[in-house]
Design a protein. Structure first.
Lengths: 408, 175
């Protein structure tokens, strides 16, 4: 099976764009870190001076935050809210459950967009974003620690939700090991570097801006799929698949031959699947894994929706092989990234909140299939395109320009 | 979690020896989360079975067609089927999120409770000098509890029939 240069060109273009994105994000983190001293208040203010029993960097940051009842201050006597911080938004469990129900409903009807909505929940619906922003000048360390907690919470919710399916998918034994190893090594590198390089260095505004860019890109892809060109591509694929199905009578005796590893080199690896040889450059698989894991770790998403199209384009292998292989990369990079945030960046977690959200996700996933038939697929897609463009624009403007271009 | 606190802390008062109680209590807590998670996933699975069956049938069909196209060397059909199969796989993959959430949710309530009770405790690892906190120790116990439960569930009432059903589906890659 020959790889087309068109597919490769697209894959490399996407990779180059993603690489630029990662470098700019990391660069921005360092820029922000250097700017920090300018933001120190000149007058001596009374600090909280105690960790208030809060773990890790969260406790340290709280101790260095000005004490008081105003915005950007912490009143130790106030009732404890999110992450156990006194005076932080007290997220109602009913609200968290309802929002997660919506997220679970999306996962079971539309798919990947549920991850974005989980992020919107943490940032906007629960009020954590606005709360983190109040510390931008009074306690930059707390602002950044809260940002790490928010993106790790996103990754927990999205990444762990797919853990069981990921593990079981690997059991189907359609894993192209050479490809998987090259990709997983890159993923580990990306997922290790991002928490080390950006943990505790990204302000909430920066994170919100980049999250907005990400949502905007997802919205643009969904929009493209609805255009006549995007529709034509899908229709052609559907027709070709149906034509093939008619042409080939059902053969029940097709023996699964699985994957056989062939050449194992530094610049070229090969494997055969159903007797057909596939070759790829492991360096590109490594770089792809690194960049995709870096983006996923930075934004706080799973990354599976990026690995699959990238590998389908790079190797041209069957999606069942690619999906299994990329599933391993998702699992490895997600676990590495979460461990990095908790151990290296010492992000504080609100475990109870994640638990409530998972309950909402599984209830939503039971409601989804029963209500999906009442809403046409196209209507659903249009709703999510509008949502993506709206949220993307809102977060982008707030994050990079400090203005709300759309009411939020 | 305050309501459950008097019950959960009983796991940590079984022997009277602080270190042994911490090991044993955390393992029993992890076992409880595995049990509750397995019970929930079985309920969600039963409710969503028809829907998962439908999605799985579509993925299976595209998989078979893809293999046949590859076998016959029909590149055009192979690419088209891959594209269609991507869509089918995506739907199944994200539908399985609900199952994962159903299985994992108790872990986080256990961690929330442990954070309140044992956040300051760090267990030293002999010879290496590192310390592990409640989070990593719980995860370690959870893995052991999962392995343990995996061995005994085929002998437990209710889980016995569920186990048979899940094994049948495991071959299809649904769960």
């Amino acid at each position: 099976m020959q790889k087309t240069s068109k597919f490769q060109r697209r894959a490399f273009l996407a990779l180059a764009l993603a690489l630029v994105f990662s470098l700019v994000a990391v660069g921005a983190a360092f820029g922000q870190a250097k700017e920090q001293p300018k933001e120190q208040p000149k007058e001596q203010v009374k600090l909280v001076g105690d960790k208030l029993g809060l773990p890790g960097k969260l406790g340290e940051a709280v101790a260095k935050t000005p004490a008081g009842k105003g915005p950007g201050q912490i009143d130790p006597s106030a009732p404890r809210g999110a992450f156990g911080i006194p005076g932080a938004p007290d997220i109602s469990w009913i609200l968290a459950l309802c929002w997660a129900l919506w997220v679970g409903w999306i996962f079971s009807t539309v798919g990947a967009f549920g991850g974005i909505m989980a992020g919107v929940g943490h940032i906007t619906v629960y009020g954590l974003g606005d709360y983190a922003k109040t510390f931008a000048k009074t306690s930059p360390a707390l602002n950044k620690t809260l940002t790490d907690s928010i993106r790790t919470s996103n990754q927990f919710l999205v990444g762990l939700s797919g853990l069981i399916s990921t593990i079981n998918y690997l059991r189907t034994k359609r894993l192209a090991w050479p490809l998987g190893i090259a990709l997983a090594l890159g993923s580990i590198a990306g997922a290790v570097f991002i928490p080390i390089l950006t943990g505790g260095k990204i302000s909430f505004r920066q994170y919100q801006g980049w999250f907005g860019v990400f949502v905007f890109v997802v919205g643009a892809v969904l929009l493209y799929e609805l255009t006549p060109r995007g529709q034509a591509g899908k229709k052609a694929a559907k027709q070709a698949a149906q034509a093939f199905e008619k042409a080939v009578k059902e053969k029940k005796d097709v023996t699964a031959q699985g994957i056989r590893v062939g050449r194992f080199g530094l610049t070229r690896m090969t494997f055969t699947f159903f007797g057909v040889e596939f070759s790829f450059n492991p360096i590109w698989a490594f770089v792809g894994g690194l960049v995709i894991a870096a983006i996923s770790s930075f934004i706080g998403v799973g990354g599976g929706f990026l690995y699959v199209p990238y590998l389908t384009s790079l190797v041209g292998a069957p999606m069942y092989v690619v999906a299994g292989t990329s599933a391993m990369a998702v699992l490895v990079s997600m676990l590495t990234s979460i461990t990095g945030y908790i151990t290296v960046a010492k992000a504080g977690m609100d475990w109870g909140l994640i638990g409530i959200q998972l309950v909402g996700v599984f209830i939503g996933s039971m409601i989804g299939p029963r209500t999906q038939k009442y809403i046409p697929d196209k209507v659903l897609k249009i709703i999510f395109i509008i949502l993506a463009l709206y949220v993307g624009l809102g977060y982008f403007s707030q994050g990079f320009f400090g203005q709300k271009w759309v009411p939020m | 979690m305050q309501i459950l606190d008097p019950i959960l802390i009983l796991f940590y008062r079984l022997t009277g020896h602080p270190l042994v109680d911490y090991y044993l209590g955390t393992f029993l807590l992890a076992l409880l989360t595995v049990l509750v998670g397995e019970l929930t996933i079985s309920i969600v699975f039963r409710i969503n079975k028809a829907h998962l069956d439908k999605l799985n049938a579509r993925v299976e069909k595209m998989k078979r067609l893809s293999e046949e196209a590859l076998n016959l060397g029909d590149e055009k059909a192979y690419r088209a089927i891959n594209k269609e199969g991507n869509d089918a796989f995506g739907h199944l993959f994200f539908n399985k999120f609900g199952l994962s959430a159903a299985s994992l949710w108790p872990i986080f309530f256990a961690l929330a409770w442990m954070q309140e009770r044992f956040a300051e405790i760090a267990l030293p690892i002999p010879w290496i000098g590192w310390e592990i906190n409640y989070f990593f120790f719980f995860l370690l116990c959870y893995i052991l509890a999962r392995i343990f439960f995996g061995r005994i569930k085929r002998h437990l009432p209710y889980f016995k029939s569920m186990h048979r059903m899940l094994v049948a589906y495991d071959h299809k890659g649904v769960i």
